[in-house]
Design a protein around this ligand. Structure first.
Ligand SMILES: Cc1cc2nc3c(=O)[nH]c(=O)nc-3n(C[C@H](O)[C@H](O)[C@H](O)COP(=O)(O)OP(=O)(O)OC[C@H]3O[C@@H](n4cnc5c(N)ncnc54)[C@H](O)[C@@H]3O)c2cc1C
Length: 489
């Protein structure tokens, strides 16, 4: 089949574009190299929906962020993903930082960021966020800032796009693109796809894809950010806490998540290896030092996980959203922070480009913007739960004890549109393995369930893609092979 549009990359940007375009009468496909969508930068970031005053005024990422923040209200209503507009503080610890906060307030307000206020009354600040250090001298309060689950939002976008006809192809690494007679032929290891228009949303690999059509006008450097995550309910923060920014970074923040965890991070380290997401002792020390300046009593004993994500930093330091000279090829790359916040505005800009290319952007009659809220054990009353368990006993079989996740939620995650096909896919969709034991208890059960539901042997169940299987063979089979000399000691 020839597609009108093919999107390369299933991160938040690719999936948001897919969902936005799914309202038009178009044949659309999305190709993702990993076993699942939301496996790149989208999986590991701060999950902050920024108010939009932080980027310099000359950058388009500032406009995209301010517009994108506002578009979240409608998106949440339609797509039912976890989002809370809790507001942020930029914290001044020295008197000479107040000027910077005032400048950000003034410019942000002029540019349309609602509700910005510099607060100098320490009692009021401490009432709004009791965990904040006694050293605080003032804060810039941005009530429109929020927190979101970046991967749950991306799954919601993909599900809704699929409901409206977009085809998702995972495990499809784009290797080659040929452009001839206004048609693109895109080659992966086993498949060939044809399209009239291509959107490059390949994150840190964006320059590589762009070069495949001869466009070599930018480079992308990975910049690592490390985090430490604390257990749910170890601390309750009311606000997202940023330090006063420096020239190079928004700094190390202390922040709640939509699931009730708290984290500290990220730092910012330029690296060369686009696969390096390892955390380091030095990095963790750096983020703890930064975080404790804002919140001295971080719950260190409740640390449950360290992780890192890679920013796709372009040489322009700004988003690259280009209707390029190669007809029908659109670059949407270098989407560093605040890309998550900006995704809905970015997708609208892509629609403008497609209109210029003459693509049909008439909304189809049967477009359904609603994605139903995934049912959750924790949201039910006792009576509702009893009824649910009578209807389907899988609601009563708890698989993850730390997060109280029943088998039914896992089955729903596997069988949703663009459903989970790996253990991480289940974990990020409905949280088994996200709790204190980090999967020690539930992993064997999850392997069983995924094997049964996808009808694959245990050995083929993977954590996140090729060569990440937990099991290699049955113990007795290995012994027998050893006896026969098939397996080396
Ligand atoms: C440490 C950190 C903190 C951040 N905090 C925030 C924040 O608080 N708020 C905010 O707004 N933004 C934040 N961001 C930025 C935000 O996370 C990114 O802007 C966003 O996730 C980028 O999404 P993406 O879809 O462009 O990239 P990705 O999520 O990386 O998606 C690109 C996809 O393309 C796929 N791909 C690559 N090559 C190929 C190929 N050859 N064939 C097929 N598929 C391919 C990849 O596998 C990947 O899934 C942060 C980023 C980092 C790293």
């Amino acid at each position: 089949m020839d597609y009108d549009v093919i999107i390369i990359g299933g991160g938040v940007i690719g999936c948001c574009i897919a969902r936005t375009l799914s309202k038009f009468d178009l044949n659309i496909a999305l190709l993702e190299k990993e076993a699942d969508i939301a496996s790149g930068t989208t999986k590991a970031n701060s999950g902050v929906v920024h108010a939009g005053f932080a980027s310099p005024r000359e950058y388009i990422k500032r406009d995209m962020c301010i517009a994108g923040n506002k578009l979240y209200t409608q998106a949440v209503e339609e797509l039912n993903f976890p989002f809370q507009r809790i507001g942020s503080f930029v914290v001044a610890l020295e008197d000479n930082q107040i000027n910077k906060l005032e400048e950000q307030r003034k410019q942000g307000t002029q540019d349309g960021v609602a509700g910005l206020e510099v607060i100098l009354d320490k009692a009021r600040i401490k009432h709004m966020e009791p965990n904040l250090t006694e050293e605080v001298v003032g804060v810039l309060h941005a009530p429109s800032a929020g927190i979101v689950s970046p991967y749950e939002m991306t799954y919601a976008l993909a599900e809704n796009a699929a409901m409206n006809g977009v085809k998702f192809f995972r495990n499809q690494r784009v290797r080659k693109i040929k452009h001839q007679n206004y048609t693109y032929t895109i080659k992966t290891k086993e498949k060939e796809f044809k399209a009239n228009n291509v959107i490059n949303a390949a994150g840190v690999y964006g320059a590589k894809i762009s070069k495949m059509v001869g466009l070599d006008y930018f480079s992308i450097m990975p910049r690592k950010g490390e985090y430490m995550l604390f257990d749910r309910n170890a601390m309750h923060l009311n606000k997202i806490l940023f330090p006063t920014p420096t020239q190079v970074s928004k700094g190390i923040l202390v922040c709640p998540t939509v699931s009730g965890n708290t984290f500290v991070g990220p730092n910012a380290q330029n690296i060369s290896d686009k696969k390096d997401i390892a955390t380091t002792a030095a990095g963790l020390k750096e983020i703890l030092e930064g975080g404790t300046k804002l919140v001295p009593n971080l719950p260190l004993r409740a640390a449950i996980r360290n992780f890192a994500g890679l920013r796709a930093v372009p040489d322009t330091y700004d988003f690259i959203i280009d209707n390029t000279d190669v007809y029908g090829f659109i670059n949407v790359v270098g989407i560093l922070s605040p890309g998550l916040t900006s995704c809905y505005a970015i997708a609208e800009r892509v629609v403008d480009f497609l209109e210029l290319l003459g693509v049909n952007t008439k909304v189809k009659e049967d477009y359904n913007p609603k994605r139903p809220k995934p049912e959750k054990f924790k949201d039910f009353s006792k009576k509702e739960l009893d009824d649910k368990i009578k209807e389907d006993p899988a609601w009563g079989r708890i698989i993850c004890r730390c997060e109280t996740i029943p088998e039914k939620e896992i089955l729903n995650a596997i069988h949703s549109p663009v459903g989970a096909n790996t253990l991480d896919g289940i974990k990020f969709r409905c949280r088994p393995g996200m709790g204190r034991c980090q999967g020690g208890f539930c992993r064997p059960r999850l392997i069983e369930i995924l094997s049964r539901e996808l009808n694959i042997p245990y050995e083929e169940v993977v954590k996140m893609g090729e060569d990440t299987n937990f099991l290699v063979a049955k113990t007795k089979e290995i012994v027998l092979h050893k006896l026969k000399g098939d397996v080396e000691e």
